[in-house]
Design a protein around this ligand. Structure first.
Ligand code: 13P
Length: 246
């Protein structure tokens, strides 16, 4: 039985005062019967690390450089994330693929760089609405995942995969539990062909997950948790989703 994982992706939201209240609110909502993490903007990693030190709650970043160190202005390395106690780094979020031109290969390199420093990459995959309408959703996800599988080699089983259909992100439109499960099953089958650990791997769903729709999504066989955007910014909503996963 896989333990569920709920991860809040704060995206580019937050302030010292908002963060303090949100982090304390989540602490007050414990215990959760699942693993819980937040992936926060880089400048706020230090305050999460202080606020949640010594607790079972986890934190991470929303990106990670593919490079180890050097003249890469604006980049943040996996070693730096490890310095701040990060457990996770989201890589390949569709917003970065679309707005920063991140290729499948770059995403794979970032996942590899994170793992090399003991940070679990949360690798995001997902099709656009156009790709779904053209019938290429499965091929798109397969291609995105293939690049990471190839780059990680025998470490494939150590990543977390998040299926985030682009058309469901921030739109209020959620994939139906059946649509999400169908893609998750395909993802797990692809992983099974690459690693003996596929059955134990954590596959998250992301895209307008909310307290109302979380129970049905999380009840699906291959959905092991959520990657939560908007609903992760309100303690009550995030806690409700964590409880649904517990
Ligand atoms: P929303 O939950 O706001 O749709 O965002 C999902 C997401 O992109 C999480 O990474």
């Amino acid at each position: 039985m896989r333990k569920k994982l709920v991860v809040g992706n704060w995206k580019m939201h937050g302030s010292h005062s908002h963060n303090a209240a949100l982090l304390a609110g989540i602490v007050a909502g414990r215990p959760f019967g699942c693993d819980v993490a937040v992936c926060v903007p880089f400048p706020y990693l230090g305050e999460v690390a202080v606020a949640w030190a010594g607790s079972e709650l986890r934190w991470g970043a929303q990106d990670c450089s593919a490079h180890e160190q050097g003249a890469y202005t604006g980049e943040v390395s996996a070693a730096m994330l490890a310095d701040f106690g990060c457990r996770y780094a989201i890589v390949g979020h569709s917003e970065r693929r679309a707005m920063h031109g991140e290729s499948d290969q770059l995403v794979a390199d970032k996942a590899k760089a994170a793992l090399a420093r003991g940070i679990t990459p949360i690798v995001c995959v997902g099709e656009t609405l156009g790709q779904r309408e053209q019938g290429t959703a499965q091929a798109t996800v397969k291609r995105q995942l293939s690049a990471v599988i190839h780059a990680l080699g025998h470490c494939v089983g150590e990543m977390v995969v998040a299926y985030e259909p682009v058309w469901a992100i921030g739109t209020g439109v959620t994939a139906t539990p059946e649509q999400a499960q169908e893609m998750h099953a395909l993802i797990r089958a692809q992983l099974r062909a690459a690693t003996a650990h596929a059955a134990a791997m954590t596959l998250l769903y992301g895209g307008s997950m909310k307290p109302e729709n979380a129970p049905a999504l999380l009840a699906q066989q291959d959905i092991d948790g959520g990657l939560i955007g908007g609903a992760a910014l309100k303690a009550a909503d995030f806690i409700a989703i964590c409880r649904a996963a517990g």
